[in-house]
Design a protein around this ligand. Structure first.
Ligand SMILES: C[S@@+](CC[C@H](N)C(=O)[O-])C[C@H]1O[C@@H](n2cnc3c(N)ncnc32)[C@H](O)[C@@H]1O
Length: 560
């Protein structure tokens, strides 16, 4: 879990997680117009930013400036664009991007995603139907959407990748079929008639009704008579079968398989040879299909479940973990990484944890949430503050701690906080007109000799910052600290056994010996340029096969 603004965090993940995530799910704040603000200049405090952009007046009251100027969408899209661009870079080649969104921005977000991912990678716009708005004046509403994009849709097609989920509504059909076996014994045509009428009696929105074509019964259960012709022309599958009419493209199966199906009683023969044979497709053998593009799930259940877990209503409109878990099941696999950079209450993390034991997979997640204050103008925000939460991030973390405990099995997560950089950011050296060249160089060299890190920066935080920015270190890597000759060396070790060693103190040959620098090219060493002797770097660089990074104060020259 990472606390911080997601743009800053996504940029920090760019090295270690390029092409790493199988699935990115986001549920950004819906742009309801009057309350949406963002601030991508991390050096400007939010309050100052709001004032400077005219979104609050001098007394701190929110203004309706954006709405009255008819520019409601621009700030939201400007906020989203860079985040989506970096997010795409983090997806695997077979990766998938899902974004929940409502009517306010769905049309804009779709165009923006077309621009970022390419319209050819659009997969679908899923509609999530919830309860209708009881007081609606014009249309019932109550739905929102999930936009689905592939990082590379043609790659999915070339590799015949299929997304599968268990069909809804199977249970009641199996119960009915068992009841009919009991009632009719081997009179399968009577059982079939009753099964058909039962399907007809179901209301249209009943999920079992989508399987009404599985309406014929035999001793194995309910099946539907399926087409037995090949979907594409297959000359090798054109052969005689007991003199029945041969499909134009050929049969769906090879001769050996046809014999096997026949012996097993799975072929349905018509009453005349010029009609087509069919194959029995049993519901029990076809329990999965591609995820539905339109589905109904009442949102109140998710709110209720979260309230129960947290002991109070501290977050509005969380997404249902059941819906997310189904999508994760359909699209992702064992060991896959899932990212949600608008984490909210952390539903994505809980959904991953819930799904893993169901299908025996181990998926991992990374969640990002900024330390936003609960909105005390709402009852939920006041509840959150009364429960002792200072920020939404604290709610997210606590929710996941509680979920881990409830699910069991030793689940856990690391917490990172994105903070201002600990590296010294150099003001430009200004060379004045008339100043001699040597005076300018002296100025630059004086600046360059300054420490490359800020005074008082935490060494632990600096080690992580350097590791993330200068290498492809991931957040779950093991980190050890070694103290030697008055110096601390941070060693990050990745799953391939490669090490990144960071030392921000004076580094000596004694320290080098203590951490047993390897000459195999598997170690990268980061040192402070102002804390190591040139003589030592000259011996270290060849030993490390040039994997030696020196932190230096950067100086830029500006001539006026
Ligand atoms: C609609 S909510 C997500 C709800 C979440 N899907 C759930 O089920 O709980 C959007 C969240 O994104 C967070 N957020 C908004 N802008 C952000 C930013 N720039 N960086 C990180 N988080 C942000 C908000 O604080 C809010 O919690």
């Amino acid at each position: 879990m990472i606390e911080g603004d997601n743009l800053q965090v996504l940029k920090l993940l760019k090295n270690g997680y390029a092409g790493a995530f199988k699935l990115i799910y986001i549920d950004p704040p819906y742009n309801t117009g009057d309350t949406f603000t963002y601030n991508d200049d991390f050096s400007v405090p939010e309050a100052e930013y709001l004032r400077a952009t005219g979104q609050v007046d001098d007394q701190g009251a929110t203004t309706s400036r954006k709405e009255t100027k008819g520019r409601k969408h621009a700030p939201w899209l400007t906020m989203m664009f860079p985040r989506l661009t970096v997010a795409r870079h983090l997806l695997r080649k077979d990766g998938v991007f899902l974004a929940s969104i409502d009517n306010n921005e769905v049309h804009h977000l779709r165009l923006l995603l077309d621009a970022v991912f390419g319209a050819e990678n659009f997969v679908d716009m899923m509609t999530w139907r919830g309860a209708r708005k009881g007081d609606a004046k014009l249309m019932g509403g109550g739905q929102d959407y999930i936009l689905v994009y592939a990082r590379n849709k043609s790659y999915l097609a070339e590799n015949d990748i299929r997304w599968r989920e268990k069909k809804d509504g199977l249970g009641p059909i199996y119960v009915k079929v068992d009841e009919l076996f009991e009632k009719y014994g081997e009179d399968y045509s009577a059982a079939t008639e009753e099964l058909k009428s039962w399907y007809k009696s179901l209301p249209d929105e009943d999920p079992s009704k989508s399987h009404a074509h599985y309406c014929v019964m035999d001793k194995r259960g309910a099946f539907f008579p399926g087409d037995i012709s090949s979907p594409n022309p297959r000359p090798n599958l054109v052969f005689d079968w007991k003199g029945y009419s041969v499909p134009k493209n050929g049969w769906r199966y090879e001769l050996a398989k046809m014999k096997e199906l026949d012996k097993d009683g799975r072929l349905l023969y018509p009453d005349s040879k010029d009609k087509r044979i069919q194959v029995k497709r049993y519901l029990r053998e076809h329990e999965e299909w591609a995820p539905a593009s339109v589905f109904y799930r009442d949102r109140r259940a998710a709110s209720g479940a979260l309230k129960k877990l947290m002991g109070a209503k501290v977050f509005d409109d969380p997404k249902g973990t059941d819906v997310l878990a189904r999508l994760f099941h359909a699209i992702t696999d064992d060991d896959d990484l899932i990212l949600d950079f608008f984490a909210g209450s952390g539903s994505t993390g809980q959904a991953v944890w819930e799904q893993n034991p169901r299908d025996g997979k181990t998926r991992h997640w990374v969640l990002v949430q900024r330390p936003e204050k609960p909105d005390e103008t709402t009852e939920t925000g006041r509840n959150a503050v009364a429960e002792g939460y200072d920020t939404i991030f604290e709610i997210t973390a606590e929710r996941l701690r509680r979920a881990a405990e409830a699910i069991g099995g030793g689940l856990g997560f690391r917490v990172f906080r994105a903070r201002e950089t600990g590296l010294a950011v150099e003001a430009p050296v200004v060379a004045r007109a008339g100043q001699g060249e040597s005076a300018q160089y002296t100025l630059m060299l004086t600046q360059a000799g300054q420490p490359p890190v800020k005074d008082g920066a935490s060494p632990d935080a600096l080690a992580w910052e350097v590791a993330l920015k200068a290498s492809s270190t991931r957040l779950d890597e093991t980190l050890t600290r070694t103290e030697a000759d008055g110096a601390t060396v941070y060693t990050f070790r990745n799953s391939a056994g490669e090490r990144l060693l960071v030392c921000l103190d004076r580094f000596t040959s004694v320290t080098a010996a203590a951490v047993e620098l390897r000459e195999t090219g598997d170690d990268t060493l980061v040192l402070r340029g102002d804390r190591v002797d040139d003589a030592l770097t000259l011996t270290l660089a060849p030993r490390l096969r040039s994997k030696l990074i020196m932190l230096e104060r950067m100086t830029h020259e500006v001539s006026i």
